[in-house]
Design a protein around this ligand. Structure first.
Ligand code: SAM
Ligand code: SF4
Length: 337
């Protein structure tokens, strides 16, 4: 079947009219650190044979690209621990219709892989960094590694990655004092800083509402202690981050206030887990198995129908503020952040 996005294939629209253009692919549930807000300390990982191959991932991308998905994010677990991950980037780069390929990484292995990723055609990098203090890094990640992350950021800039974004999970009682230093660090290095509210997706299931630092409070701290902020009007509507630029023109800071101010109304995202399940929402409790049909030789058309079914069941919002809210049975590292 030959698909063309402009050739009569219905876009991936849910029952609320949201058109899905953004696919996040988890390539592994493994990781080289153990952030407490994501993974438990001791984990049983998926066996290798249950993980989507690069060919299977490429097939999914080709099928959804034909129906209008044009942006791909590779995530995990830690995507850079997946062997030859740059090969997957090369394969996706070849697919018609894909205009943007990004990776979210903890950057521990980035120093060694940045050039390969750039050469493979990766467009953008989001790097997770919650603290500039080595001890606090170890407290959060339960492993050492800050130096490697910082070297990875430098290397990524050296090989030519532009518009690198730093993702920072703000943790009450742990990283309150990191907000201002991180903002200065990002401005000095010409990095976009994004604060993410801590969501109830930790592997230990120990999340409490009072551990969340409200993004709006962070914005006030930065505006008063770092520099005046002006709203960024250019952002894409489906972008979860509310971005501001510094009035002096030196940098951008954004806020992903998923807990205090959900952005579900404009959500255009789909997710594929490392073991080949489609999820229509980070907080969803339902999944659609794509790996089994693919391994049984299903056609592109039937794969697309399974994906459409998952999208058709997407709810209006994630409902974390609802008393009926049920945590997904999988944690962030198993879903793909
Ligand atoms: N290992 C990579 C990394 O850390 O960048 C990619 C996967 S990680 C699950 C993706 C993003 O999710 C990271 O920026 C991480 O900080 C964020 N994250 C993980 N658990 C979270 C939680 N409970 N609440 C908010 N963000 C979380
Ligand atoms: Fe690993 Fe990323 Fe989860 Fe931290 S947030 S444990 S780096 S997958």
């Amino acid at each position: 079947m030959i698909f063309r996005p402009d050739n009569g294939i219905t876009p991936l629209t849910d029952s609320f009219g949201r058109v899905h253009k953004n696919l996040r692919i988890s390539v592994t549930d493994r990781c080289n650190i153990r952030c407490f807000y994501c993974m438990p300390e001791s984990v049983e990982f998926l066996p290798h044979q249950e993980i989507l191959t690069f060919e299977e991932i490429s097939k999914i991308v080709r099928v959804v690209a034909a129906a209008g998905v044009d942006r791909i994010r590779i995530t995990g677990g830690e995507p850079l621990v997946r062997s030859q991950i740059h090969r997957l980037i090369e394969m996706i780069r070849e697919i018609d219709g894909i205009v943007d390929i990004a990776i979210t990484t903890n950057a521990i292995l980035l120093q060694d892989q940045a050039q390969q990723l750039k050469d493979a055609g990766l467009d953008r990098l989001n790097i997770s960094l919650d603290t500039l203090d080595p001890k606090r890094f170890q407290q959060i990640a339960r492993r050492k590694g800050l130096e490697k992350v910082l070297r990875g950021i430098d290397r990524a800039q050296e090989v030519g990655f532009k518009d690198i974004r730093i993702n920072t999970v703000a943790l009450a009682g742990i990283t309150d004092s990191e907000i201002v230093p991180l903002a200065h660090f990002a401005r000095e290095k010409n990095l976009t800083l994004r604060f993410i509210e801590f969501m109830p997706l930790d592997g230990d299931q120990a999340w409490e509402g009072d551990q969340v630092i409200n993004g709006e409070n962070i914005r006030r701290v930065i505006a008063s202690q770092v520099g005046a902020l002006l709203p960024n009007e250019t952002a894409h509507r489906s972008q979860p981050s509310v971005d501001f630029h510094y009035a002096d023109g030196r940098g951008i800071v954004g806020f992903i206030n998923s807990v205090t101010s959900p952005f579900c109304a404009a959500c255009d995202r789909l997710r594929i887990t490392a073991d080949g399940r489609l999820r229509n929402c980070l907080f969803g409790t339902e999944e659609w198995n794509l790996i089994n049909p693919m391994r049984n030789g299903c056609s592109d058309q039937s794969l697309l129908e399974s994906i459409r079914l998952g999208i058709s069941k997407k709810k209006a919002g994630h409902g974390t503020d609802d008393v009926q809210f049920q945590r997904p049975h999988r944690a962030m590292y198993q879903i793909g952040g």
